[in-house]
Design a binder for this molecule. Structure first.
Ligand SMILES: C[S@@+](CC[C@H](N)C(=O)[O-])C[C@H]1O[C@@H](n2cnc3c(N)ncnc32)[C@H](O)[C@@H]1O
Length: 238
């Protein structure tokens, strides 16, 4: 009601919601980490559970850290991190032009947003310099996309949901190439599900990162964090 300018406006919004359009697409924004994130029709709506990914990334990012958000969607994760970490240098990428337009609005001059496939559009100068690399890539197994609620299945793009046969196709590509972009003491954080976490962990271990699984029961969120071998050994001693 507070978002509607007139009673007619409210009526139109209610009709769109009753027709099954996600509330965030009706309003044009989602609340995420206390921010109002613009979400255009056809763009993935940031989920509350992903606030856990932000919290964990913010805890690892030092002031002025170089942070890359792959599969950034609306840019919600990057926008929340920029608000939380002093002087952070943000680079965000998505393959979907509608998501990139949205991310540019949400991130504005506080970061760089690129359109393309994972690492492909990033400046080569970032290689070996990324302190925190984050990805909430699509991770729904192809066979399960049709079982999602209509809000996702009908109103969010398939490229934002479908992660291939076991859901990990995009994640595996993110993880395999991560060591080439991470700084020596850098961290990779990938959102996954509790069920898929062992497979995500396996992908991290295969690329030489020391993985650990962190979980929030409150948000029903699972994140795998991988750290380069040298820092992993240090962290072990602390
Ligand atoms: C699950 S959504 C997450 C969006 C955002 N990170 C968030 O948490 O709200 C996955 C996003 O990955 C993008 N995506 C899928 N495949 C991609 C690829 N190969 N390269 C870049 N982005 C990709 C989709 O367009 C979608 O915006």
């Amino acid at each position: 009601m507070s978002a509607a300018r007139t009673p007619a406006d409210l009526e139109a919004m209610i009709e769109r919601r009753v027709a099954g359009i996600p509330l965030e697409h009706v309003l044009g924004w989602a609340e995420f980490c206390g921010l109002r994130i613009a979400v255009d029709p056809g763009v993935f709506v940031p989920r509350r559970r992903t606030e856990f990914l932000v919290r964990r990334a913010a805890a690892l990012a030092e002031p002025r850290a170089v942070v890359v958000d792959l599969c950034c969607g609306s840019g919600a994760v990057g926008a929340a991190l920029v608000a939380a970490v002093d002087g952070m240098e943000l680079h965000a990428v998505d393959i979907d032009p509608a998501a990139v337009r949205c991310a540019r609005r949400n991130i504005g001059a506080r970061g760089h947003v690129y359109e393309g496939d994972l690492y492909e559009p990033l400046p080569a100068a970032l290689r070996g310099r990324v302190a925190v690399l984050i990805a909430n890539a699509p991770y729904v197994p192809t066979d399960e996309v049709d079982l999602l609620p209509a809000e996702a299945r009908v109103h969010e793009p398939r490229v934002a949901l479908d992660g291939g046969a076991d859901g990990l196709d995009v994640q595996r590509r993110v993880v395999a190439a991560a060591p080439g972009w991470l700084a020596p003491r850098g961290h990779l954080l990938v959102e996954t599900s509790g069920r898929q976490a062992p497979m995500t962990v396996e992908a991290f271990a295969r690329s030489g990162l020391i993985p650990r699984v962190v979980r929030s029961d409150e948000l029903n969120a699972t994140v795998v964090i991988g750290t380069g071998a040298a820092l992993g050994a240090r962290a072990e001693r602390c």
